[in-house]
Design a protein around this ligand. Structure first.
Ligand SMILES: *Cc1c(COP(=O)(O)O)cnc(C)c1O
Length: 340
């Protein structure tokens, strides 16, 4: 058995999820006729306290359609250097949206410094692109942005007439890690933003799909972009049913993924040659000293443990790994360093 810690995207639908997909009533969603897609969209909009939602084939397309619904040609969005929608989406906002990114350094806690945001907002002058949008990410690298910070950063954006978008691919990981009622937390996080993108295909364990939520007007604009980007799907209810099943059954259990990531970190503590950051959610980063990162990855792979990275390695826990798998990963890493 492979212990696949490359990403929380690698999960396979559970038998119960497959049954839900099998039973889903279907229609043609390009005609707006798929009852399962419509139900999912209503549900996620309602859960996050927004007027409307749009089912999207991927988080990348959801962020892109979101940014394009806020910004036009010659506008810019303020975003973190480490943000997915800047760094890992092939420059789509610039290439397809003609929207210029204004990247800012992410602070060690994943936030953007308020002073940096303030300084990056351009005056209305023909020399500059029009600053139109602040895009944040939560969790970012598995780190949870505090609600107080979200309130401050988004009020600053609003005072300066910028829209606000959250890449909440792992919104529910943040909501669970905050403690208390994760549904109330998710709603509180989303409440600070005009639009939020959330992934069903990460820790929630659905095979495919994301949603973009926001006002009716914003979602209407995104609907046109989604069609143009090739994201209009037909009997997408098989996928929406999986996402609905995930929302019903896989939110609270994210706490188990977080506990396993912590268990992994604790198991790797004290190894000479490794530097750990204690995980807040389901992602553990490990710095490997002495240029041995690739050798460690290869060693792990031979023992059936998969991770990603270069000198900084990333281990992600999810629905398809259990404590025995994590114990195997710990033993494999310790073995590499000659520690038992
Ligand atoms: C995975 C991810 C996305 C994009 O998701 P895809 O479905 O792979 O396109 C966007 N943002 C963040 C933070 C992600 O982790």
């Amino acid at each position: 058995m492979i212990v696949d810690l490359r990403s929380d995207t690698v999960t396979r639908p559970t038998p119960a999820m497959r049954e839900a997909m099998q039973r889903a009533p279907l229609g043609d969603d390009v005609f707006g006729d798929d009852p399962s897609v419509n139900a999912l969209q209503e549900q996620i909009a309602d859960m996050l306290g927004k007027e409307a939602a749009l089912f999207m084939p991927s988080g990348t397309q959801s962020n892109l359609a979101g940014i394009m619904s806020h910004c036009g040609r010659g506008d810019e969005y303020i975003v973190g250097q480490g943000a997915h929608c800047y760094r890992y989406e092939a420059g789509g906002a610039a290439v397809l949206g003609s929207v210029q990114p204004q990247p800012l350094p992410n602070q060690p806690d994943g936030s953007l410094a308020l002073a940096d945001i303030e300084a990056a907002i351009k005056p209305d002058d023909e020399h500059f692109a029009r600053s139109r949008l602040l895009a944040l990410e939560n969790t970012l690298g598995g780190k949870v942005l505090p609600l107080g910070y979200l309130a401050e950063a988004t009020s600053l954006a609003r005072e300066r007439s910028l829209g606000t978008h959250l890449d909440g691919a792992r919104l529910f990981n943040a909501a669970v890690a905050m403690g208390g009622d994760p549904r109330a937390n998710a709603r509180a996080i989303a409440g600070h933003f005009d639009s939020v993108s959330v992934c069903f295909s990460k820790g929630l364990g659905a095979p495919v799909g994301s949603a973009l939520v926001g006002s009716k007007a914003l979602v209407q604009r995104a609907h046109r972009w989604r069609k143009m980007l090739g994201g209009g799907l037909r009997q997408a209810g098989v996928l929406a049913a999986a996402a609905q099943h995930a929302l019903a059954h896989h939110i609270d259990r994210l706490a188990e993924d977080h506990a396993l990531a912590l268990h992994l970190a604790q198991g790797l503590q004290g190894i000479k040659g490794l530097e750990l950051q204690m995980p807040q959610t389901n992602i553990l980063f490990v710095q490997v000293q002495g240029g041995r990162g690739q050798a460690l990855l290869a060693h792990l792979k031979e023992l059936g443990v998969l991770a990603t990275g270069l000198s900084g390695l990333r281990f992600v826990t999810h629905l398809d790994v259990d404590r025995a798998g994590i114990d195997r990963a710990i033993a494999a890493v310790r073995g590499f360093f000659g520690e038992h």
